[in-house]
Write a protein that binds this ligand. Structure first.
Ligand code: C2E
Ligand code: CA
Ligand code: CA
Ligand code: CA
Length: 282
């Protein structure tokens, strides 16, 4: 059942453990886990290709379960989305990330933003914009230091409402990025209508970009499409120098991936930032 795998998780792959997790969450374990402080936000740096400077930090949720170790968000987030418990969790994420962002983007790295993954269920609530405003007010965070990573899943119910909500957020100065770009079905159709700032190319296209000519063609096309629409492009899941070289050659703006840093706890990030600044080429 337990497998030590990539990403330092213990992956729980078989059906039984899957069902156990499901029941834990259904029992309200997740709410309790919030109260017991079992959740933690990790951050992964985003780096500008042309000068190597840090331009952002993506907040990635971790559940440090006392008996089960680290549970991957790709397991518990879809479940929490299905049960509605994602709302409480997402509220916790925003509260914590906005607080951390004040330190990261005001005191340490001016001009950078903390990127938060947005739950479709949370986004579709009529109170979402007011909630975000409250997070900004409570933390004192500059809206320019906040970036929301949204996926196509957010647009499925009512695209007109979704566009209105995104516009309201953008009007406040918050940045909007389209996450997992290229993995959905209607990407091109909605791209021109959405008030966004950034396109995030999914890791799936980056993995074999140096080996598979089709992936290379797709990545190149996404970059030029985004640039023609005046959007910034970031690639995720960059692990090798060869991938970086390809992306730099084709004018990708920003990079995120293990090549630079894995997602890490806040304290480690603070140390990483000062080391990154002192690197020879920096
Ligand atoms: P995502 O938004 O596509 O996040 C990127 C995932 O790729 C993260 O997985 C990250 O750790 C991983 N990653 C980044 N660089 C590399 C790399 O170079 N190599 C490899 N192999 N992986 C890399 P993670 O942290 O397990 O998160 C999984 C998904 O869970 C995220 O996918 C996102 O959809 C969701 N998620 C994570 N945190 C939150 C959160 O706070 N709220 C919501 N609503 N969803 C979240
Ligand atoms: Ca981002
Ligand atoms: Ca993301
Ligand atoms: Ca992705």
């Amino acid at each position: 059942a337990k497998q030590h795998g990539r990403n330092d998780y213990q992956w729980y792959t078989d059906d039984l453990t899957q069902r156990v997790h499901e029941r834990l969450i259904l029992r309200g374990d997740l709410q309790q886990a919030i109260e017991l402080g079992q959740f933690e936000l990790y951050y992964q740096p985003q780096v500008a290709v042309h000068n190597g400077q840090m331009c952002g930090f993506e907040a990635l949720l971790r559940w440090n379960h006392p008996e089960r170790g680290m549970i991957s968000p790709s397991i518990f987030i879809p479940m929490a989305e299905a049960t509605g418990q994602i709302i409480a969790l997402s509220e916790w994420v925003f509260k914590r990330a906005c607080r951390d962002a004040v330190m990261l983007c005001t005191k340490l790295t001016e001009g950078a933003a903390v990127a938060i993954n947005v739950s479709p269920l949370h986004f579709q609530r009529s109170s979402f914009v007011a909630f975000i405003q409250r997070m900004l007010d409570d933390s004192g965070l500059d809206p320019q230091c906040l970036e929301l990573e949204v996926t196509e899943g957010l647009l499925l119910n009512n695209i007109e409402d979704a566009i209105d909500t995104l516009q309201e957020l953008k009007d406040k100065g918050i940045k909007i990025a389209i996450d997992d770009f290229g993995t959905g079905f209607s990407s091109l159709n909605y791209l021109k209508r959405l008030p966004i700032d950034k396109v995030k190319i999914d890791k799936a296209f980056i993995d074999d970009v140096n080996e598979d000519g089709r992936d290379a063609a797709i990545v190149q096309s996404i970059i030029s499409l985004a640039h023609n629409l005046q959007l910034t492009v970031i690639a995720e899941g960059v692990e090798t120098d060869e991938q970086l070289a390809f992306l730099a050659k084709h004018d990708c703006d920003e990079i995120q991936g293990y090549l630079f840093a894995r997602p890490m706890p806040f304290g480690d990030l603070i140390r990483w930032i000062s080391q990154w600044r002192q690197r020879p080429e920096g």
